[in-house]
Each structure stands twice: as structure tokens, then as C-alpha cells.
Design a protein around this ligand. Structure first.
Ligand SMILES: [Zn+2]
Length: 127
């Protein structure tokens, strides 16, 4: 397990709900019911340094062999713009290891493997 995040604190994904009623159960093994729920839980896992969760919710064909989330990047906030079908568009506010702020805008694609949503890949949507 990565660091324990208090279930009563507001969820890192910015949903406004407590972690215990948002991404916490997914990190503990519950299946995500929608691509957006999975996307939010993956963002929260990045924010919490839970690389194992990020890895296991990544499609086997596109998943990196190793993933180090302890490079010093800070995850400052998430905004989901829309979810349609198997795609979710969002902006994540990051602070890079060199201190620079960066807004990562991505349209992510998801699919189901064995009945579980997984992340496939993403691109930068047209502004
Ligand atoms: Zn959440």
C-alpha cells in the first residue's frame, strides 16, 4: 500500500466528495463503473503516488514497464471537461520538479478488459 490517505479528507480528484466516498474504494479494489470514475481515480493515484494502481488500470498493450511517480511532480488540481462514450477530456494542473506550473490537457481513451475499465492512451484535444 502507498501512503494512507484519510478517508474523511476531500478526494484529491477534486470531486468535492470525501476520499472514502470517491476514489478510495477504487484504490482499494472496487471496479470503476464509468471511464470518468476511472480517470478520476487514476489522477488521484498519481497525486498520492500509488503507482501500482496507475499500472493495473492501464491497458496491458500500452502500459509502461515501469512507472516512477516519485519524481517530484505535484498534482495541484483536476478539472474534467466532459466524458463521452469511452473518452474523457480533462485538464490537470501540475507543478513540475523544476517548480514550473503546467496545465496538462488530455483526451483519454478507455476500454474494458475482462469487464474492467482500463486506460488505453490519450492525445491533446483541439482547443
Ligand atoms: Zn476522487
Amino acid at each position: 500500500m502507498p501512503l494512507a490517505y484519510p478517508p474523511f479528507k476531500s478526494c484529491p480528484c477534486g470531486s468535492g466528495r470525501s476520499y472514502g466516498h470517491c476514489c478510495g474504494p477504487l484504490h482499494a479494489g472496487q471496479a470503476a463503473t464509468t471511464p470518468e470514475a476511472l480517470m478520476r481515480s487514476r489522477y488521484a493515484a498519481y497525486a498520492l503516488g500509488d503507482s501500482a494502481y496507475v499500472q493495473r488500470t492501464w491497458h496491458p498493450d500500452t502500459r509502461p514497464a515501469t512507472l516512477d511517480l516519485r519524481d517530484g511532480t505535484r498534482y495541484l488540481g483536476l478539472r474534467v471537461h466532459g466524458a463521452q462514450g469511452d473518452e474523457v477530456t480533462f485538464t490537470a494542473q501540475l507543478r513540475l520538479p523544476d517548480g514550473e506550473r503546467y496545465a496538462l490537457r488530455e483526451r483519454s481513451r478507455f476500454t474494458q478488459v475482462g469487464g474492467q475499465w482500463v486506460y488505453v492512451d490519450g492525445d491533446t484535444p483541439d482547443a
